[in-house]
Design a protein around this ligand. Structure first.
Ligand SMILES: Cc1cc2nc3c(=O)[nH]c(=O)nc-3n(C[C@H](O)[C@H](O)[C@H](O)COP(=O)(O)OP(=O)(O)OC[C@H]3O[C@@H](n4cnc5c(N)ncnc54)[C@H](O)[C@@H]3O)c2cc1C
Length: 405
């Protein structure tokens, strides 16, 4: 390190990566008085991707002052429906879960990803204690008392804690020497927004097919988002169709449930992969969002987990600051690392098991999946426990995600 920065120029936290997870973490810290830097350009990807924000995430976005700008563009998920379309011998009739059974108006709200990041970005621009650096980070070096992040525009940012929210490829994770396990699935996901002839009735439907889940998630009006996970060859073929051809294929795959479809937004093709980290923390570094975990888009878990990372990190940094401890120290981050490992492992294992069970095409595996779903749908307390856990973990939910009372 060259000239040591003046004490008053050292931020308590520097977040690298201005995707949804990074923006949320930066806002959460700054709104609670923590001097925070947010490093990264506003670079939303136009691939028709939406996120179904579960109940706890909505509460967090409310606490960040961003929800009012998001709500008009978000569709409620009042009912989740699973349809077994595998052709298996152990096929069950459609299973439905209603948010009302666990006292909620909706399990969550579905919104286009770009709208979410735009709303968070707008809020970040007007938040005290938050300094925006609209440039990429080139490298970070962790020193004894603080870390330094060198930016593409020549600036250097010093902070007690660097937060890596720089996505699945995370240069910061690599620089921090954090070990990863990564893998890929022989699948791709087609994403887009669809307009349809019949109303969705706030029902999100997941068809379980042999290629993976085919999911339609409600948006406001007669529109839904599509996540069609299919074998690599099929996904590439679907991506090669024109809009009319894709709409026809989707209408057929949805068994005409929502009437004729029309593509009404940008389209994307996302390869299916997974990644987990040995630890979400290293010296003066904490990873959140896809920098810390990647798994297939099943059950709307990815960003909800990323927002829990952000909210849990805010709790850890706040607790350290109140006790006069260094927020980048191991002691300050240990609880965060333990809690996030548990939560990420649980979600990633469940998503992986369901995805692989569809691909396996083996009778015993089908029987197990069918039995699990049957037990979940028929046994009331289990059914409600699974619904609650899916929306927000019972143990260790971050403060700003908990329901009042
Ligand atoms: C098809 C699909 C559907 C999904 N649906 C859902 C859903 O319904 N619900 C849900 O919860 N999740 C869902 N997910 C998961 C969700 O999209 C991701 O978890 C989320 O977008 C990851 O956000 P992030 O902020 O962690 O990473 P990213 O969005 O990747 O953001 C990382 C940011 O870091 C920036 N960056 C990278 N390197 C640097 C650098 N050196 N300097 C500065 N900035 C840098 C990038 O430009 C980017 O802006 C879905 C995923 C897919 C693929």
């Amino acid at each position: 390190m060259s000239q040591p920065p003046r004490q008053d120029r050292i931020f308590a936290a520097a977040v690298v990566g201005a995707g949804a997870a990074g923006l949320a973490a930066a806002l959460a810290l700054a709104r609670d008085g923590i001097p925070t830097a947010l490093i990264g350009r506003h670079a939303p990807v136009a691939d028709g991707r939406t996120v179904a924000l579960l109940d706890g995430s909505v509460r967090f976005l409310e606490a960040l002052g961003a929800w009012d700008a998001i709500a008009p563009h978000a569709g409620p998920l009042a009912t989740l429906q699973i349809i077994d379309d595998t052709g298996s011998l152990f096929r069950l009739p459609p299973v439905r879960f209603h948010a009302g059974e666990i006292g909620l108006a909706a399990f969550g709200w579905n919104v286009e990803s770009r709208r979410l990041t735009e709303a968070l970005r707008a809020q970040a621009r007007v938040t005290d204690n938050l300094t925006l650096f609209e440039s990429d980070a080139l490298e970070a070096s962790a020193g004894e008392a603080f870390s330094e992040v060198r930016l593409a525009d020549g600036a250097t940012v010093a902070a007690r804690l660097v937060i890596g929210a720089d996505g699945a490829r995370s240069p910061l994770r690599q620089a921090g020497g954090i070990r990863v396990r990564d893998w890929s699935y022989p699948q791709g996901a087609i994403t887009t927004i669809l307009a349809h002839g019949r109303p969705h009735g706030d029902v999100s439907t997941e068809f379980h097919t042999r290629g993976g889940p085919f999911t339609l998630v409600p948006l406001p009006g007669d529109r839904s988002s599509l996540v069609w996970v299919a074998g690599e060859g099929t996904a590439r073929r679907l991506a090669g169709l024109d809009d009319a051809g894709l709409a026809e294929a989707v209408t057929r795959q949805a068994q005409g449930m929502l009437g004729p479809m029309r593509v009404d937004g940008p389209r994307g093709l996302v390869p299916m992969r997974g990644l987990s980290v040995a630890s979400a923390t290293a010296h003066r570094l904490a990873l959140i969002g896809e920098a810390a975990h990647v798994f297939p888009p099943i059950g709307a878990q990815g960003l909800n987990l990323g927002l829990r990372d952000a909210a849990a990190l805010r709790d850890a940094v706040l607790a350290a600051t109140r006790e006069g401890r260094d927020p980048g120290s191991r002691a300050a981050l240990d609880g965060f690392a333990r809690g996030r490992r548990r939560d990420a492992a649980l979600r990633s294992t469940a998503v992986d098991a369901l995805n692989r069970s569809l691909l396996a095409d083996l009778a015993p595996v089908d029987a197990l999946r069918g039995f699990g779903l049957l037990a979940m749908s028929a046994i009331g307390p289990l059914r409600r426990a699974v619904m609650r856990e899916g929306v927000l973990p019972r143990l260790g939910a971050p403060e700003q995600m908990r329901a009042a009372g």
